[in-house]
Design a protein around this ligand. Structure first.
Ligand SMILES: [Zn+2]
Length: 462
């Protein structure tokens, strides 16, 4: 009965994918007893050779459920739903100048600093102490020092907060390129500081850097040994191949460090559809699974993830002396950005693409089980699934009605700010799920800073 319904609404390909997700992760008995799967997941090896961390920016439980309902149906499951061990973690930031006064709604910079360094900081801060502003050592820096290969992949600008927390230390997240330093005058190279996020990113020697933000790297360095060069020229001088499209990504060699800058700003959205609007909102519709503004040469997040894993594992094989694996972070950035913009199809398309990237990693981990995979978010966001709306009872914000994979209407409301303004993050706890060595550390209710320790324990770094 259930199978027939799924066949009718979803088609065979979706079902095959759904089953693949389940068979490669948690099996579960027919009666739903998952005890054996959970036991097996907990007694995995002590250390991971490789760690892949997926972050859905703004991907709270609402965003996951909206994407699942739309793409798979209410009874369907996403690839990320198949991870056997799941918990919730708290995401709050702290007020600037304090180490323990909570700021209940975090931004991506403070939350990312939490898992990148194990320390809370204030909103807008990138891996610096909230009181002293001193740089905090990141998990990527620790992994590099121990001989792991490293990668940082995002659909945002590579200088945006979530990628930056791994490879930059700056008091304000807006200081992204050498020409963006007006609010961080004491942190420029001339002033004896660490420089912009773009400069710090290429100076870290990360093996694979893939994302958007070419405009930041095209800016001219104003101090230090690379003054007068663009950050792209600086990267080339430091040994990077710089590529700008899918063909360049395909042709990249594991023998060289790779900087892929596939867009001037954020990378293009996957899907399009009507923006949410005040009641009654746009007519019920489905999303368009393409974006005319997206160039065919621009890689998708799943492509970037597959290539990053290929290149990093080839580098690992080519460096037997180090005898270490790799650490890779992959961010689906525009779930958040489209939540801010009241764009449900944009938001769902980005969530589904992140899920495709997660499936790539799950398939790879099926053959490389000494890999810890973690899937989480940095903070909750505004979108909510609400009841059918009427003239007397409706959201005070913006709504859109989407026809889901079940063939049913789903009303999505955006009401954490006035319509047309940037919708607000929310302060809710968010999901964290994992499989592989030390995955059990995500179970229960933890804090975002605990993920730093989960990652370092898995990599054998503490
Ligand atoms: Zn945001």
């Amino acid at each position: 009965m259930r199978m027939q319904r799924r066949l009718t609404h979803l088609g065979a390909t979706t079902i095959a994918l759904g089953f693949l997700g389940l068979t490669t992760t948690a099996h579960g008995a027919a009666n739903g007893d998952r005890s054996a799967d959970v036991r097996r997941a907990i007694v995995a090896k002590k250390h991971a050779k490789n760690v892949i961390l997926f972050i859905g920016d703004g991907m709270g439980d609402s965003e996951i459920t909206i994407a699942r309902n739309y793409e798979k149906g209410a009874a369907g499951r996403l690839a990320m739903d198949g991870l056997p061990l799941t918990g919730a973690y708290t995401t709050y930031a702290v007020k600037k100048g304090t180490s323990d006064v909570p700021d209940y709604v975090t931004d991506s910079a403070a939350s990312g600093t939490g898992w990148a360094t194990g320390h809370k900081t204030y909103n807008n801060a990138v891996s610096v102490d909230p009181v002293t502003l001193a740089p905090l050592t990141t998990i990527l820096e620790k992994a590099q020092q121990a001989g792991f290969k490293t990668g940082n992949v995002t659909t945002a600008e590579l200088t945006d907060a979530t990628p930056a927390v791994l490879d930059a230390h700056v008091s304000l997240r807006g200081c992204q390129g050498p020409a963006d330093m007006a609010t961080c005058p004491n942190e420029t190279k001339q002033a004896g500081g660490l420089g912009s996020i773009a400069e710090q990113t290429v100076e870290h020697g990360i093996d694979v850097l893939l994302g958007g933000g070419r405009q930041r790297f095209a800016q001219t360095v104003t101090g230090g040994p690379y003054a007068g060069k663009t950050v792209i020229e600086q990267a080339q001088a430091l040994g990077y191949d710089v590529v700008t499209d899918q063909a360049g990504l395909d042709a990249a060699s594991p023998g060289t460090k790779l900087l892929g800058l596939f867009s001037t700003g954020n990378m293009s959205l996957e899907w399009t559809g009507p923006g949410a609007a005040p009641y009654p909102g746009p007519d019920a519709t489905t999303c368009t699974r393409s974006n005319p503004a997206r160039a065919a040469t621009e890689p998708h997040l799943a492509d970037m993830t597959a290539r990053a894993i290929e290149l990093l594992s080839a580098k690992v094989k080519g460096d037997k002396a180090a005898n270490r694996g790799f650490f890779l972070q992959v961010e689906g950035a525009s779930i958040d950005k489209q939540d801010h913009a009241e764009n449900p199809c944009g938001q769902i398309g980005e969530t589904v693409e992140l899920d495709r990237a997660i499936q790539v990693a799950l398939d790879w981990a099926a053959k490389n089980p000494d890999t810890l995979i973690v899937v989480s978010a940095d903070h909750g966001h505004t979108s909510q699934i609400v009841e059918a709306q009427s003239a007397s009872d409706h959201s005070p914000g913006a709504i859109a009605t989407l026809v889901t994979a079940d063939g049913q209407p789903m009303v999505v409301s955006y009401a954490s700010n006035l319509h047309g303004r940037s919708q607000s993050h929310t302060g809710t706890q968010v999901r964290i799920a994992a499989q592989g060595p030390r995955a059990a550390n995500v179970v229960g209710v933890t804090d975002q800073t605990g993920l730093f320790h989960t990652l370092s324990l898995a990599l054998g770094l503490e």
